[in-house]
Design a binder for this molecule. Structure first.
Ligand SMILES: Nc1ncnc2c1ncn2[C@@H]1O[C@H](COP(=O)(O)OP(=O)(O)OP(=O)(O)O)[C@@H](O)[C@H]1O
Ligand SMILES: [Mg+2]
Length: 369
């Protein structure tokens, strides 16, 4: 008997997903059990204190400080990470995505042609970036039948998803991995992690609304492809600053008040909703402009908006978003597909959106080890 259980024990596979955000590092450890993923542990470490700013504020730390913070999180007893296998998400801002059209000359020819063609689309020297690309499957390309007819005599084309990441970022991530003794299976741009965690089986077009500390990232995804993206230079830390200013309290205090009260009233009866709205209203307005622009250009309607990122964990945020978008608004639940202990269910419903990227990276890592 014990021999058999030993065999099963050895088969246990665990994997980490790591998201180094501007305000905090998020880590999730999943275990594979059959075809399921089980949540083993998860944790978050605020980077503010490593940078002399408060929790919830964005930072721009040198790589040594990130390594120090990462080691602190990996050694945190309460989080109790037990594996080194991991996948890391790379910030969207370090990347460049484009969909380019190429003649349908076959995989072999494309392998030499795409990097040459890519130069036209990448505004930095090609030697400064690492390029990856894949052919967009035909069923995922929207066919314009009227165009098809007129283009009949022209060469057949394929759509290529081109991804470029700055080499200095890749080198930074390699350094982080080696100095934390991690065993990284891959680096991927955070939007791909988010898509895996929250969009399985959803065709779209939909919009992901990722509200972080200093920015809010928008991605339009259709049939598994990022069709367009936009970064708004405002995020949840701007709400904190506004609360601090209006209530004349410190940023630390404002952060605590924001997280406990959200769109509601403090124990003293102070209504925060106006303080939130001043900032959130701007963000929704810009997001709506981006959404309408896409709809107009592509003549397609966005079906839903998926809210993610720590900023969207604000109490009452989903309802507020629902009032501001003309389409269905869904709070992303990255733990939906993951088996989680019953006692964590309520807390994960609230903190879930912060861990979307980390869960997505962990899911891929589970598949790759
Ligand atoms: N429960 C909560 N209520 C309100 N705001 C929250 C809550 N939890 C986290 N936040 C806010 O979310 C922000 C952090 O979100 P997140 O962790 O997604 O950002 P990040 O990944 O570090 O940033 P980025 O992706 O832009 O680099 C902080 O400003 C924080 O104050
Ligand atoms: Mg983030």
């Amino acid at each position: 008997m014990s021999f058999i259980s030993d065999i099963f024990k050895k088969k246990k596979v665990s994997a980490l997903g790591i998201d180094i955000g501007s305000s905090s590092i998020k880590i999730v450890q999943l275990q594979k059990k059959g075809s399921k993923a089980i949540l083993e542990t998860y944790g978050e470490l605020s980077l503010g204190p490593y940078s002399g700013v408060s929790v919830g504020q964005s930072t721009n730390l040198p790589v040594e400080k990130i390594i120090q913070a990462m080691n602190d999180l990996l050694n945190e007893k309460e989080v109790a990470i037990t594996t080194k296998f991991c996948g890391l998400a790379i910030p969207f801002k370090a990347s460049l995505l484009s969909i380019i059209q190429m003649p349908d000359i076959g995989q072999k020819e494309l392998t030499s042609m795409v990097p040459i063609e890519a130069r036209k689309y990448i505004p930095v020297p090609i030697s400064d970036v690492t390029i990856d690309w894949s052919i967009v499957p035909k069923s995922e390309v929207v066919e314009d039948s009227s165009k098809e007819k007129t283009d009949k005599n022209k060469v057949k084309t394929v759509d290529i998803l081109l991804v470029a990441i700055h080499n200095n970022i890749i080198n930074q991530y390699k350094e982080i991995v080696s100095k934390t003794q991690l065993n990284a299976k891959f680096f991927e741009i955070e939007v791909f992690s988010s898509m895996r965690a929250i969009l399985e089986g959803i065709k779209g077009p939909i919009m992901i609304f990722d509200m972080g500390a200093s920015t809010t990232k928008l991605y339009v995804v259709d049939r598994g492809l990022v069709q367009n993206s936009h970064t708004i230079n405002q995020g949840s830390q701007d709400i904190t600053s506004n609360i601090a200013r209006v209530l004349n309290v410190s940023t630390e205090e404002a952060e605590v008040i924001k997280r406990s009260v959200g769109m509601g009233k403090t124990v003293d009866g102070v209504d925060l909703s106006e303080m939130v709205l001043v900032i959130a209203g701007n963000i929704f307005a810009e997001a709506n402009r981006f959404l309408f622009d896409f709809q107009k250009k592509k003549n397609k309607n966005i079906k839903s908006v998926f809210l993610t990122g720590g900023g969207s964990a604000l109490l009452g945020f989903r309802d507020l978003a629902a009032q501001n978008f003309k389409v269905e608004v869904i709070s992303a639940d990255p733990f939906e597909k993951v088996e989680t202990p019953a006692f964590l269910e309520n807390i994960l419903k609230v903190t879930g959106p912060e861990f979307t990227v980390a869960v997505g990276a962990a899911l891929r890592c589970l598949e790759e080890i």
